[in-house]
Ligand binder design. Sequence first.
Ligand code: UDP
Length: 256
Amino acid sequence: MKPPPGLKLIDENGRRMDGRRPDELRKITMKAGVLKRADGSCYLEWGNNKVIAGVYGPREVHPRHDQDATQAIVRCRYSMSPFSVDDRKRPGPDRRSQEISKLLGEALSPVVLRQMFPRTAIDVFCEILEAEAGTRCAALTAASVALADAGIPMKGMVASVAAGKIDNTVVLDLRKEEDNFGDTDLPVAIIPKTGEIVLLQMDGHFTDDEFDVAMQYSIDACHQIHGMQKQALREKYLDAAVEKRMSEPAESEVML
Ligand code: UDP
């Protein structure tokens, strides 16, 4: 879709609407272990996206006929709150959320060491509280932290980001207007530890050279995001260690 007259997605200095350079991410913050009843969880803010991911399991599979006798199944549910977008979103699953749920499950399944938990299910819920483009990548990034927080053995975490093209310029991490009025959207997810690609979608067109630039931007950004994911997990365990120490009697008290 063409941008409305007067809306400039990128200026003559190569700066975007929010002042970012083409290869710059929006601000990302994440916190692990935010849900008491989940086995693992993560709250993530990415630009104006707000996402919460909860992991339950490994646990018994219902319905039983979905069981796999050799390994765990990973089930994902991506869901957008009615209040997450400007026009109220009708609650409940729709085609888009079913597609995204499926691809999140397919991206996370290969990282989980599923053979360790035959006949079980690992359920991952991603709730989008506020959406401003890039929610599937944000959900995948948060889900991955939640899985690690749940102590699920994995061969690595998954980090995800989208690249795209606006005004003939390849850019990283599209915001809403860039997603709506840009030419191309390329969500990517990798396992930074192994370099494997677990999600690659494309809406629009790239030349071969543009595609290479977009992939390079995305892969570099995924490594950056992976650093933030590890930091979120470290912080949770550091906080837990401090809390434990505070609740234990001081050494002098024990001696008395
Ligand atoms: N969006 C919306 N209503 C919807 C679905 C999407 O307003 O029912 C917005 C929302 O901000 C979302 C953006 O459109 O983040 C881009 O959606 P897309 O399908 O490209 O997925 P995403 O980029 O969020 O992974």
